[in-house]
Design a protein around this ligand. Structure first.
Ligand SMILES: [Zn+2]
Length: 67
């Protein structure tokens, strides 16, 4: 799933720029802006808190063991 600049943010979380792959935090009920790092306009969601296959909460950052 991708999100584009100017669309409403449907879930607060971190989004990864499709071009530079850096993450930007967007908040619910705001609009996506262009990537602050490179100016690109398409993002992938990173924090899949609501999309895990097993329904468990996803950690905000990767665990130290890489899981
Ligand atoms: Zn970027």
């Amino acid at each position: 799933m991708t999100e584009k600049t100017g669309e409403a943010v449907r879930a607060t979380g971190d989004y990864r720029c499709e071009r530079c792959h850096k993450t930007t935090h967007f908040v619910l009920d705001t609009l996506f802006t262009k990537c602050p790092h490179c100016g690109f306009d398409t993002f992938d969601i990173v924090n899949r808190r609501f999309e895990n296959r097993d329904g468990s909460p996803a950690p905000h950052e990767p665990e130290p063991d890489g899981s």
